[in-house]
Design a protein around this ligand. Sequence first.
Ligand SMILES: [Zn+2]
Length: 245
Amino acid sequence: MKASPAEQKELLRLQALDIRLQQVEHQTKALPQHAELKELAVTADKTRMTLGTRSGAVEDIRTELRRIESDVDVVEKRIARDSDRVKHTSSVKDVQALETELAALRKRLLALEEIEIAVMERLEEAEAAVAVVEAERDAIAARVAEAEQARDLNLADLNRQLGELRRDRAAIAGSITDDLAALYEKRFVSGRGNAAALLRARTCSGCTMTLTGSDLDAVRSSPADEVLFCPDCGAILVRTEESGI
Ligand SMILES: [Zn+2]
């Protein structure tokens, strides 16, 4: 293939841009915030589940407490009613029966109030346990927001770099022939990024092998607009005044 020495030289700039493009593209995928956010999502899920369990426990205790309060209410009303009846009855027998019932009711009320206090203490503990998880949840949310902000800032910067690199690349790719561009592209893929190499002091900068003997003679005898390849790594060998031939 024929290509002017200037076009061949452009391949080196094209390759430098392509390598930089690959690096920046890799950076966008390998941002530390991606891994951090993934981890935070797992922690947030666990926290959400713990919060659900603990909130459920609080609800259960509140139901229990309401039931006891209602029991207390029933007993208190019964005590009030019986006390009132004691005042208004003239039957000794009735008074005795009512007093016996009142004594039992007061005992029952005391027992219920003790249970009520114990349940209230448990409720307090359960509510405190919920508050702990809620604080954890809020802390995680704050870290997520922070990581997202950092990620977005990084991505904006990297995308700006990618835009500039792609624009520069398009300008160079547009300045060389389609055939040379196609040859370069193919070689860039098969050579894993080593498509074009500067021949400097008879040495291929792609694979660092020095040309000798018939390989060197072949390069020396080739016209400047002939596209040559490194006999060792296959890169398009770009000759300049630094080539030493
Ligand atoms: Zn080489």
